[in-house]
Design a protein around this ligand. Sequence first.
Ligand SMILES: Nc1ncnc2c1ncn2[C@@H]1O[C@H](COP(=O)(O)OP(=O)(O)O)[C@@H](O)[C@H]1O
Ligand SMILES: [Mg+2]
Length: 125
Amino acid sequence: MNEADEAPKPSGMAQLPKGIGIALRMEGVSKRFPGTLAVDRVDFEVSAGEVHALVGENGAGKSTLMKMLAGAFSDYTGRIRISGKEVALHSPAAAKSFGIGMVHQELSLARRSASRKTCWRAVFP
Ligand SMILES: Nc1ncnc2c1ncn2[C@@H]1O[C@H](COP(=O)(O)OP(=O)(O)O)[C@@H](O)[C@H]1O
Ligand SMILES: [Mg+2]
């Protein structure tokens, strides 16, 4: 049995094809703002069923890295693969088509919502 078969599958989420352990891989991704190299050749991978925490000081590039996945930037460089296939996440619609949603760090958007409900809303708006 491979990793993907063993990984728990959240109900209601898009199911990943069987036989693929690495669900998401970012390879040498970079994003530059005018005057700032916010993300510099970052590699990051997530296997099916894993939960990750991204930790770093203010300004380290955490939000920028996640916004890349959420399709916020059309001008990142490097490669993003989903289930082994290279994808272009250059718009929120493109990211959504791969089941990627983001809960932005904006409390006023979710003041009256429970955190779980807020997270589901990012995937199923
Ligand atoms: N829209 C933007 N325009 C210009 N610079 C930005 C923008 N967003 C982030 N940055 C810069 O990119 C760097 C990384 O920011 P960010 O990803 O927000 O870090 P973190 O989430 O780890 O605190 C910082 O130097 C920040 O000032
Ligand atoms: Mg941030």
